[in-house]
Write a protein that binds this ligand. Structure first.
Ligand code: ADP
Ligand code: NA
Length: 330
C-alpha cells in the first residue's frame, strides 16, 4: 500500500497494561492506524533477555495482544503479531550483530542501566544485543518511522547507523527510519509518588492503575492518590504534581481541556475531583476489560488472528531478508 510504514513493539512482561501505557502508547497507536501501514509486534524474543517463567510468558503474550485489540488496535487495519512467529527477526538480528561494533553496542545506555540493577555479570549477552534485535524488527518492514518514547531514541539512532552502514557496504537495501518521538503525549505519574512516572517497575503497586484491575480496586487507588495541603484545584506541575497528574488523566481520558475541568471543580474538594477521575477511568477501561475477557475466553480465535497477522508479517519480512542474504552472498 502507499501508506507509510510504522513499526512499534511491546514486551509481554506484565499481566495488565497500566494507565501510562494506555495513554502514552495505545491511544496514540489506535489513532495512527488509519494513516499508516502499522506493524505492532509483541516482542517475546526481547522479553527472554531477562529470565521468564515459560507458562507465564506464553499467557502474557496472549494477554498483551488481547489488550491491544480490546483497546482499539484493529487486526483488519494493522498487523498485530508475535515476534517469535516470524523467524526473520532472529535471522536479520544475527546479520546485524556482525555489522555492529562491540564498542558501539557497549555505548547503549539502557543496557548499562538494566544490567547494573542485577550486576553486570548476571546480565545475558541477549540483553547486551537487545538494541540490535530491535534494529532488525524495524528494518525488516522498511519502516519509515518508529513511534517511541524518548528513552528509545538511542536505539533508533543505532538502527539508522546500521541501515546506512549496510546500504553503503552492500548497496541500497533498507529504508533508514526516523524516530517519531511522542512529545505531545501526556506523561502519567505514579499516584503515590507523582514525581516518578507511572511504571510497572515501581516498588509498590499502590500508585499503579492497571487496565485489567476490577473497578473497585482502581477506584480505591485513585481516591488515595497523593495530593497536597493547599486544597486548590489547579494545574501546576511543579508545585502541585499530584493534582496536576489527576487533571491530566481526567483531561486525556475525558477529552476535555485541563482548564475546563479546573474551572468546573473550582472551590470543590479533592475528593470530588478524584471521583470524577475514577469515573472517566472506569468509562475508558470497562469496555477494554470486557473485550479482553471475551478474547481470552476464545484462545483459538485469538491464536488464529495472531497467526494470520504473522503470515502477513512473514511475507514482508522474508522478502527483506532474502534481499539481505543476496546482497551479502549468503
Ligand atoms: P513501563 O515503564 O511500565 O515499563 P514500558 O516501558 O513497557 O512501560 O512502556 C510501553 C509504552 O508505554 C512506551 O511507549 C512508553 O513510552 C509508554 N509509557 C510507559 N509508561 C508511561 C507513562 N507513565 N506515561 C506515558 N507513557 C508511558
Ligand atoms: Na520500561
Amino acid at each position: 500500500s502507499a501508506k507509510p510504514v510504522i513499526f512499534s513493539g511491546m514486551q509481554p512482561s506484565s499481566d495488565s497494561l497500566h494507565l501510562g501505557n494506555y495513554i502514552g502508547a495505545l491511544q496514540q497507536w489506535t489513532k495512527m492506524q488509519k494513516d499508516y501501514d502499522a506493524f505492532f509486534c509483541v516482542v517475546n524474543l526481547h522479553a527472554i533477555t531477562v529470565p521468564q517463567d515459560p507458562a507465564e510468558l506464553a499467557a502474557r503474550t496472549r494477554r498483551t495482544a488481547a489488550q491491544y485489540i480490546a483497546a482499539g488496535i484493529d487486526p483488519a487495519k494493522s498487523t498485530l503479531f508475535v515476534q517469535s512467529q516470524v523467524p526473520a527477526h532472529a535471522e536479520l538480528a544475527w546479520v546485524l550483530n556482525t555489522l555492529t561494533g562491540f564498542g558501539e553496542a557497549s555505548r547503549m545506555t539502557q543496557f548499562k542501566d538494566k544490567s547494573q540493577r542485577n550486576g553486570a555479570d548476571a546480565a545475558s549477552v541477549g540483553l547486551f544485543t537487545y538494541p540490535i534485535l530491535m534494529a532488525a524488527d524495524i528494518l525488516l518492514y522498511q519502516a519509515a518511522s518508529v513511534p517511541v518514547g524518548e528513552d528509545q531514541r538511542q536505539h533508533v539512532e543505532l538502527t539508522r547507523d546500521l541501515a546506512n552502514r549496510f546500504n553503503s557496504r552492500f548497496g541500497e537495501t533498507f529504508v533508514v527510519p526516523e524516530a517519531q518521538i511522542q512529545t505531545g503525549t501526556a506523561k502519567i505519574y505514579d499516584l503515590q509518588n507523582p514525581s516518578a512516572k507511572m511504571s510497572k517497575s515501581a516498588e509498590t503497586e499502590a500508585g499503579l492503575i492497571k487496565v485489567l484491575d476490577p473497578a473497585n480496586v482502581t477506584r480505591k487507588k485513585i481516591m488515595r492518590a497523593v495530593t497536597d495541603a493547599d486544597g486548590e484545584i489547579r494545574f501546576d506541575r511543579e508545585a502541585k504534581p499530584g493534582v496536576s497528574n489527576l487533571l491530566t488523566i481526567f483531561s486525556v481520558l475525558g477529552e476535555r481541556p485541563v482548564d475546563a475541568i479546573a474551572e468546573e471543580y473550582a472551590g470543590r474538594g479533592y475528593g470530588d475531583l478524584k471521583k470524577g477521575v475514577a469515573e472517566v477511568v472506569e468509562a475508558s477501561f470497562a469496555p477494554v476489560r470486557t473485550r479482553t475477557e471475551e478474547l481470552l475466553a476464545d484462545p483459538a480465535e485469538l491464536d488464529r488472528l495472531l497467526a494470520a497477522a504473522a503470515e502477513r508479517a512473514n511475507e514482508v519480512a522474508s522478502r527483506t531478508l532474502a534481499h539481505v542474504y543476496e546482497r551479502i552472498g549468503l
